[in-house]
Design a protein around this ligand. Structure first.
Ligand SMILES: NC(=O)c1ccc[n+]([C@@H]2O[C@H](COP(=O)([O-])OP(=O)(O)OC[C@H]3O[C@@H](n4cnc5c(N)ncnc54)[C@H](OP(=O)(O)O)[C@@H]3O)[C@@H](O)[C@H]2O)c1
Length: 299
């Protein structure tokens, strides 16, 4: 297939790119920095130097079978003030708007990535029929919900939505957590008794490859492994894998002050998910069924 990807150099995107190369697809990646080193064979990929914030400069004339969006707004870990949040809200809207605009211009299906932000209580388990909870940093995506509704109602472009749970694996921002564990400590933000489902980056990439090849138009998929896990259990497993002995707990009130309400609400939200829909529809099966197997792969 001829595939155009925005975000093909990122943590998740580069794993998808690697899989697509292995499967002999014809892949083009839009990147701001084609000269950067990348974790895949660069000779097997075409690059378009460009920025999704300036789509008018992309100058794309070729036809593609699908446009895949796995880009991420510029986002540094740490405190997010209300002012910063408003800035990010505007940028988020531009990223989605411009990506949808590009898919329309290219008249090709779009695979769009957001996140599996669902707030659940007690034994309740969220599936794709639930409305996405726009709380914490996920509130940046309020514009997404409105845009998607428009795309679906007007049948503007064939759309597939991918909603990964928290992605872990070697690379990206997750490397910071691994190196902290290697240095002997793990940090539990707000106690960590809330559930936050996970998915290994390679399994997540496999889900995208299935969606790209099967093109289940109009569907939305939650991508998570088979076991809902608390933040605490996940972090303790990470710590024990790398021999971290020091557990630093940042209590909720302190976390709220240090990180601001947006990050606080994200970090303390309780989420339980099911992956039965993506398994049924795409035949996806995670290689790392739970975090216990997946964490063993981390370096
Ligand atoms: N990581 C998670 O746990 C997680 C969980 C749920 C959902 N997601 C979603 O999964 C997607 C990928 O996340 P990630 O963690 O892999 O992100 P990431 O590593 O930060 O990826 C950043 C990617 O976005 C591209 N990008 C950023 N701004 C761009 C711009 N203006 N124009 C063109 N490309 C741009 C970068 O390309 P260049 O720098 O090469 O230009 C890079 O390839 C995101 O949509 C995210 O919301 C992630």
């Amino acid at each position: 297939m001829k595939i155009l990807q925005i975000g093909g150099t990122g943590f998740l995107g580069s794993r998808i790119a690697r899989r697509l190369i292995e499967r002999n697809h014809d892949l083009t990646i839009i990147t701001r920095n084609p000269e950067n080193e990348m974790p895949f064979d660069k000779t097997k990929v075409k690059f378009i130097k460009g920025d999704i914030l300036r789509p008018e400069l992309l100058g794309i004339s070729e036809k593609y079978d699908v446009l895949v969006y796995t880009a991420m707004i510029p986002f540094k870990p740490g405190r997010i003030s209300n002012r910063k949040f408003k800035e990010l809200e505007i940028i988020t809207k531009q990223y989605f708007q411009n990506t949808i605009g590009l898919a329309k211009k290219l008249s090709c299906p779009l695979i769009l990535t957001s996140g599996a932000s669902y707030e659940t209580k007690g034994e309740a388990i969220a599936d794709e029929s639930w409305p996405i909870t726009r709380k914490g940093m996920a509130a940046l995506g309020k514009c997404y919900d409105e845009m998607i509704l428009g795309v679906k109602q007007e049948k503007e472009i064939p759309l597939i939505e991918m909603l990964p749970a928290q992605i872990y694996g070697s690379g990206g921002m997750f490397d910071k957590m691994i190196s902290m564990a290697k240095n002997g400590k793990i940090v539990l933000l707000g106690g960590g008794n809330n559930f936050l489902p996970r998915v290994h980056v390679d399994d997540c990439a496999d889900a995208f490859v299935l969606a790209i090849e099967k093109q289940p138009i109009g569907k939305r998929f939650i991508i998570c492994d088979d076991l809902n896990v608390t933040v605490k259990d996940f972090m303790l497993q990470l710590g024990s894998t790398f021999g971290a002995k020091r557990i630093i707990n940042i209590p909720k009130p302190l976390l709220r002050i240090a990180m601001g309400k947006h990050i606080y609400n994200t970090l303390t939200m309780n989420t339980k998910l099911t992956n039965s829909y993506i398994k049924r529809e795409l035949g996806w099966q995670p290689k790392y069924s739970t975090y216990k197997e997946g964490i063993k792969t981390l370096k």
